[in-house]
Design a binder for this molecule. Structure first.
Ligand code: NAI
Ligand code: MG
Length: 373
């Protein structure tokens, strides 16, 4: 077997960068820190690739209008970083996130089926961002199948399970592929506890534990066992258990029965895209990656190469990710104003992007939102 390693055949191990990439080269100059208003906190900004830079420009424009008082420190990751610094995830980027503790990140392209492994996954693992929190809420004037009925949060384990691609290998003859799926008590315990604590904090009433323990008896079985133990400590919150395939059908037929969903990494990845589809598409679905020492806020969607550079990407998913960030930074009032401005702009059908049936551009939509904050 050929071990593909954490970054697949052409990647390299970013947490121990080969010395030749760094020793002779000066540290990449950091972008000047923008201080739009009184400096209370610096965040790391990763502009990403594909539609990433377009939606980040739009998002920072709205945040400036909201006067959030943040300073932005730009850092590179993924394809852009590889081109500029010869490294998919430069040490300077890791240092910036570690120092600031909070990053706002645009999507990063990951080659399909070959090439380097996901830098998103690498970032989540490096900073142990174990909780991936993805709200899906119906908004007005979107192509939602359930205009009023969806208001749920997927809490996805973010650091283990099949999704991280551990132990990927392929036989010399290319006929057999292997992958290790590791679930731990610690990983399961903390994500389920996060979900129940989130329910308590937000006044939500019900947690649905999603698993496949009938078939994956060891891995999903351990997750379910630990989840039941944690659930027992929250008697005031209703607990429901559901097998993942049935969950997909139930989400499509009766999404209103869900409040908070907690699940393992790969199931959470798939379910949260499904939930995004319920509320009118990926353009409205944000996600937070939260750990004990750092947090990265982003859109659920990817770099959308099919519309990149056209100025038509919907900035709302990243904006809603920024709203999650403001909550995290202790600015819930600004977060609410931002969400209210997005809702008001959707209600007015003002400059909506084509994915929402409008003829607006990324920037005209952002300006319409900014005018309402
Ligand atoms: P995608 O999410 O980039 O696009 C799926 C579909 O949704 C496309 O038709 C796209 O045009 C549309 N879409 C996505 N975001 C939109 C927006 N803001 N406004 C309007 N339409 C939007 O998923 P895809 O095509 O599977 O992946 C493309 C690349 O993105 C891949 O390299 C993938 O690995 C990467 N990716 C990165 C993520 C991240 O950085 N967190 C997450 C998901 C994918
Ligand atoms: Mg995904």
């Amino acid at each position: 077997m050929v071990d593909l390693g954490p970054h697949g055949p052409v990647g390299h191990n970013w947490w121990t960068p080969p010395p030749f990439l760094h020793a002779s080269r000066p540290r990449p100059a950091r972008a000047p820190v923008r201080k739009p208003h009184s400096m209370t906190q610096t965040i790391t900004v990763i502009r990403g690739d594909g539609i990433g830079p377009e939606i980040m420009d739009a998002t920072l424009y709205v945040l400036d209008a909201l006067k959030v008082g943040l300073a932005y420190e730009e850092a590179d990751a993924g394809l852009v970083a590889l081109e500029k610094h010869g490294d998919l995830l430069p040490q300077a980027t890791l240092d910036s996130i570690r120092k600031n503790g909070v990053a706002l990140k645009s999507p990063l392209t990951t080659p399909v089926g070959e090439g380097f492994s996901s830098i998103n996954v690498a970032l989540r693992r490096h900073f142990d961002l174990y909780a991936n929190v993805r709200p899906a809420k119906s908004f007005p004037n979107t192509k939602s199948r359930f205009p009023d009925g969806v208001d749920l949060i997927t809490v996805r384990e973010n650091t283990e399970g099949a999704y991280i691609g551990e132990g990927q290998s392929i036989s010399e003859d290319g006929e057999t592929a292997l992958l290790t799926q590791k679930i731990t008590r610690k990983g399961s315990e903390r994500i389920v506890r996060y979900a129940y604590e989130l329910a308590r904090k937000t006044g939500r009433k019900k947690v649905t534990i999603v698993h496949k323990a009938n078939i994956l008896k060891t891995t999903s079985g351990l997750f379910l066992k630990v989840a039941r133990e944690v659930a027992a400590q929250y008697p005031e919150i209703q607990t429901n258990e559901m097998i993942v395939d049935n969950t997909c059908m139930q989400l499509v037929m009766r999404p209103e029965q869900f409040d908070i969903i907690v699940t393992t990494n790969l199931f959470g990845d798939i379910i949260s895209d499904l939930c995004a589809g319920l509320v009118g598409g990926l353009g409205l679905a944000p996600g937070a990656n939260i750990g004990a020492d750092a947090a990265i806020f982003e859109a659920v969607h990817g770099s959308a190469p099919d519309i990149a550079g056209k100025g038509v990407a919907n900035p709302c998913a990243l904006l809603l990710g920024a709203a999650q960030m403001l909550d995290h930074l202790g600015q819930p009032e600004k977060a609410e104003r931002l969400r209210a401005a997005i809702i008001a702009t959707l209600e007015a059908k003002d400059s909506l992007t084509p994915d929402l049936g409008g003829e607006g551009t990324t920037m005209s939509f952002a300006k319409a939102i900014a005018s309402r904050v």
